[in-house]
Design a protein around this ligand. Structure first.
Ligand SMILES: [Fe+2]
Length: 368
């Protein structure tokens, strides 16, 4: 009798293994700037994949390092790639055959979209040091649906309207009214293919629902399903615990702290972070972010397709998917205060927030 095959492994996992590159698993990558990579002859760069718990089969995480002064070979993917610059600076060129090239410069902390169906080339402008990028895409889903992977990595059909509808598709993002993520309500969303500096980005909206007086920015990319947001929150504070669907990569542009992640009823996992740390909250695991530094902390969340968001962003599910401060496991507050004390710092969480369910934090970050 014939046996069925290939169902033991999802196609993207098989693909990653076929490259021979390192694949980082577990809950976090401590420092994307220094994590070990290996040479990838086909793409002429050093690289590694991340397949953290909660990413599997849904979102790709790939670290690439462009050698000093080098350009990578031109490449075209069928799916959109969101790129966050971990270190270095360089130039990206995007084009479709026979059309004028569009070029933009990126630097450390930039975030930009490389649309599917468009040929791109990345070059390191610095002759004395490598540049590191984190690429995020929905390629694992695409590989499960399209059996001919050549169509995904070298699609014969180009999509010129992704970059030729505007004079400068990589001009700075603009504020538009749109849906954020998982929300039925319209809100202010920054829209564009290029965000020059996520560490310095200061155009934020106040966000009272998740506590700590934080502020955030929602980001969309024209014509793309990909979205992201960044939250900024003050020193001495922490956000409310919450949970949602899988596939979200969180990367830290600046600040120092930790996150606690746990599946309901199970042991807690503590993930320390600082600039260039990356982690993924697994599917439906509660997670909570804590600022241990003397300055604002910011985390950038790269979102999976909307069907994976979970329902936690809808107000009617708050009771189920968000933990209010008075309902917290006492461990949470104690651990935070102990960690602050090790650094000679004290909590700035007001005592009232642990008693009053309706306590509203004053906005501590400048925002609209
Ligand atoms: Fe979250």
């Amino acid at each position: 009798m014939e046996t069925t095959e290939k169902l033991a492994q999802d196609p993207f996992q098989a693909y990653m293994e076929s490259t021979g590159l390192p694949i980082y698993r577990g809950h976090h990558v401590a420092d994307l700037r220094t994590v070990e990579l290996a040479w990838w002859p086909e793409r002429e760069c050093n690289a590694a994949f991340t397949e953290l718990a909660g990413q599997e089969g849904i979102t790709e995480g790939r670290i690439t390092e462009i050698p000093a002064g080098k350009s990578l070979p031109p490449f075209r993917s069928a799916v959109d790639e969101l790129v966050y610059v971990v270190s270095g600076q360089g130039i990206a060129t995007v084009a479709t055959d026979g059309r004028p090239k569009k070029t933009f410069e990126w630097q450390k902390f930039s975030l930009f979209l490389l649309p599917g169906g468009v040929t791109y080339q990345l070059a390191n402008m610095q002759g004395d040091q490598p540049a590191r990028l984190l690429h995020y895409s929905y390629m694992p889903l695409a590989m499960s649906l399209v059996m001919d992977h050549e169509l995904l990595f070298n699609p014969p059909h180009e999509t010129p309207d992704r970059i030729y509808n505007e004079d400068n598709p990589y001009a700075e993002a603009q504020l538009k009214l749109g849906r954020g993520w998982g929300s039925r309500n319209m809100r202010q969303v920054w829209t564009g293919n290029f965000f020059p500096d996520m560490r310095g980005w200061d155009k934020l909206n106040n966000l009272s629902g998740r506590g700590a007086g934080g502020a955030s920015v929602m980001m969309r990319y024209p014509g793309s399903e990909v979205s992201s947001h960044m939250s900024v929150f003050p020193p001495g504070t922490y956000k409310k615990g919450h949970r949602h669907g899988p596939g979200r990569i969180i990367v830290i542009p600046g600040g120092e702290g930790f996150s606690i992640m746990w599946e309901e009823g199970h042991e807690k996992v503590i993930v320390p972070w600082q600039e260039a740390s990356m982690f993924v909250p697994p599917d439906r695991w509660f997670h909570q972010h804590f600022n241990l530094g003397g300055t604002q902390a910011r985390y950038l969340a790269l979102h999976p397709p909307p069907q994976f968001y979970g329902r936690s962003e809808q107000v009617e599910d708050r009771e189920r998917d968000q933990i209010e401060y008075p309902d917290e496991d006492p461990f949470v507050r104690n651990y935070f205060e102990e960690e602050l004390a090790k650094r000679g710092l004290k909590t700035l969480m007001p005592e009232e927030c642990y008693k009053d369910y309706n306590y509203t934090f004053a906005a501590a970050i400048a925002g609209d």
